[in-house]
Design a protein around this ligand. Structure first.
Ligand code: F0G
Length: 413
C-alpha cells in the first residue's frame, strides 16, 4: 500500500532528530528542550512569544476561542478544515477570499494561493474592521491545491490589515515549501536563502500557528507564536487548562527537540529541490496521460480535479470521494477528498451547497517514498482514469454535523 492520505506526522525523521529525542529533558517546568525549541522558532519567525501545543489544531483552538465568538468574521486565502471548524465552533464565521486564478484548477499561474486583496478591502468595509479580529494567510494553501502565496501578496495584505488595525497571522504549516517557491518564482529572491525568505515572510505577520507535523518533520507537535503580550497571556492561560504548562504545551520534551532540529533541516535547499521536483514529476506524468490535475504542481501533494476526472458523477454524489475509493480498490493507494464531502454545506431544504472545487489530494510524506513508488502511483491513477466510466457516485449514510468527512459513512449509488 502507498499511503498518501496525508503528509502530516508521516514524514521520516532524520538520525539527528532521533538523537535529539534521546536528549529530551522531561522537566515539567523550564525544560532545556523548551528553550532550544523556543530559540529556533524565534530565529525563524522573529516572534518573541512562543507557545508549544500538541499539534496545529490545538494552537487554532486556543487562538479562536480567545478571538472568536458570534458576530465575528475571520478572513483568509483559504482556511484549512480544522481551522475553519475551530472558528465555527466559537460561533464566528470563516471567509475564504482566494484570488481568481486559485479557483481554476487546470489554469497554471505562479502564486495561486494568493489572497484577493480587493475582495479583502471590500469585505472589511462591508462588515466593519471591528468585527474582524484576525486575518490569516495559509502557506502553502493546502485546501487550494498546495499552491504558494507570493511575498508581494503578503505585503499587500499586511498593508490593508495595518490600515484597519487587523492583526495578520500566518498558518505556517508549510512555510519552507512556500519560501522555496518564492525563491524559484518571485523576482528578487533567487539569490536569497530559504531561511532569509522565511524570515522576511514572518516579518510581516503579527503571529502564526504551526503544525510541526508538516514542515518540521515531526510525528507530533505544533505551536503558536506572536508579538503581542496580552494575547499571549490569554493563550498561555488557556494552554495551561487544555494542553499543559507553557514550557511543554501538549508535548514531551523529546518532541520539542525533534521539532527544533526538523525546523532547521526543512530549510535545506537540496531537500526542498528534491521534494518540490518529485511532486512536479508525478504531476507532469499525469498531465502527459491526459489526467486532469491541479496546475502547476503544488508543494506537498498532487491534486486530481475529480469534477473533470469523473464528469459523469454529479457533485451531490461526491465524485472526489468516489475517486478516493477507486484508487484504493484498484491500487492500494490511499488519498483524501478535498471537496464537497469536506466543505459542502446544506441549504434549508437539505440540498447540498457544493464546495467550489472537487479535488482528490495525494499528499507525499517527506523523505519516505522513492521514484519507483511515485512511478507506481502514476500507473495506478492512469489505469483508473482509463476505466473511469465504471466508477459510481456515493450517497452519505451517516454523518456528524461538524467536520463530517472524518467519520462519515457512504455507499455507492
Ligand atoms: N493548517 C493547515 C494548512 C493544515 O494543513 C493542517 C493539517 C492544520 C492547520 C492542522 O494541523 O493536523 O497538526 O492539527 N493538515 C493535515 C493534512 C491534517 O492532512 O493536511 P494539525
Amino acid at each position: 500500500m502507498i499511503d498518501l492520505l496525508t503528509d502530516s506526522g508521516t514524514s521520516a525523521m532524520s538520525s539527528n532528530q532521533w538523537a535529539g529525542i534521546m536528549q529530551g529533558d522531561e522537566s515539567y517546568a523550564g525544560s532545556p528542550s523548551f528553550f532550544r525549541f523556543e530559540n529556533v522558532v524565534q530565529q525563524i519567525t522573529g516572534m518573541p512569544l512562543v507557545i508549544p501545543t500538541h499539534q496545529g489544531r490545538a494552537a487554532e483552538k486556543i487562538l479562536f476561542s480567545i478571538l472568536g465568538g458570534k458576530g465575528k468574521y475571520f478572513v483568509s486565502n483559504t482556511f484549512f478544515d480544522t481551522t475553519r471548524a475551530n472558528i465555527e465552533f466559537s460561533g464566528a464565521e470563516g471567509v475564504d477570499l482566494l484570488c481568481e486564478e486559485g479557483k481554476h484548477p487546470t489554469i497554471p499561474a505562479p502564486f495561486k494561493g494568493n489572497m484577493d486583496v480587493e475582495a479583502l478591502k471590500k469585505f472589511i468595509i462591508e462588515k466593519g474592521a471591528a468585527n474582524i479580529p484576525l486575518c490569516m494567510i495559509t502557506v502553502t494553501n493546502n485546501s487550494g491545491g498546495g499552491q504558494p502565496v507570493s511575498m508581494q501578496n503578503i505585503k499587500d495584505v499586511k498593508k490593508v490589515c495595518t490600515e484597519h488595525n487587523i492583526p495578520l497571522f500566518i498558518d505556517a504549516c508549510r512555510f519552507a515549501e512556500n519560501a522555496y517557491f518564492i525563491k524559484l518564482r518571485e523576482d528578487g529572491y533567487a539569490t536569497k536563502s530559504v531561511k532569509e525568505i522565511a524570515q522576511e515572510l514572518f516579518s510581516y505577520a503579527d503571529g502564526c500557528t504551526m503544525s510541526a507535523k508538516k514542515d518540521a518533520f515531526a510525528n507530533i507537535g505544533g505551536f503558536l507564536a506572536m508579538h503581542q503580550k496580552e494575547l499571549a497571556m490569554h493563550c498561555r492561560n488557556l494552554l495551561v487548562i487544555t494542553e499543559g504548562f507553557p514550557t511543554y504545551g501538549g508535548l514531551a520534551g523529546r518532541d520539542l527537540e525533534a521539532i527544533a532540529i526538523g525546523l532547521n533541516e526543512v530549510m535545506d535547499e537540496h531537500y526542498l529541490q528534491y521534494r518540490i521536483r518529485s511532486i512536479e514529476y508525478l504531476t507532469n506524468k499525469l498531465i502527459d496521460a491526459g489526467v486532469p490535475v491541479m496546475q502547476p504542481a503544488g508543494g506537498h501533494a498532487v491534486y486530481l480535479d475529480a469534477k473533470e476526472f469523473l464528469s459523469h458523477i454529479p457533485v451531490n454524489q461526491y465524485p472526489g470521494q468516489a475517486l478516493v475509493g477507486a484508487l484504493y480498490i484498484h491500487g492500494g493507494i490511499r488519498s483524501v477528498e478535498i471537496g464537497s464531502l469536506m466543505f459542502g454545506k446544506y441549504d434549508k431544504n437539505k440540498q447540498l451547497i457544493p464546495a467550489p472545487l472537487e479535488l482528490v489530494r495525494l499528499a507525499i510524506p517527506r523523505r519516505v517514498y522513492t521514484q519507483s513508488h511515485i512511478d507506481y502511483v502514476a500507473e495506478v491513477i492512469i489505469e483508473v482514469f482509463n476505466n473511469r466510466h465504471q466508477i459510481k457516485g456515493l450517497l452519505i449514510t451517516e454523518e456528524a454535523p461538524l467536520i463530517r468527512h472524518f467519520t462519515a459513512k457512504l455507499k455507492p449509488v
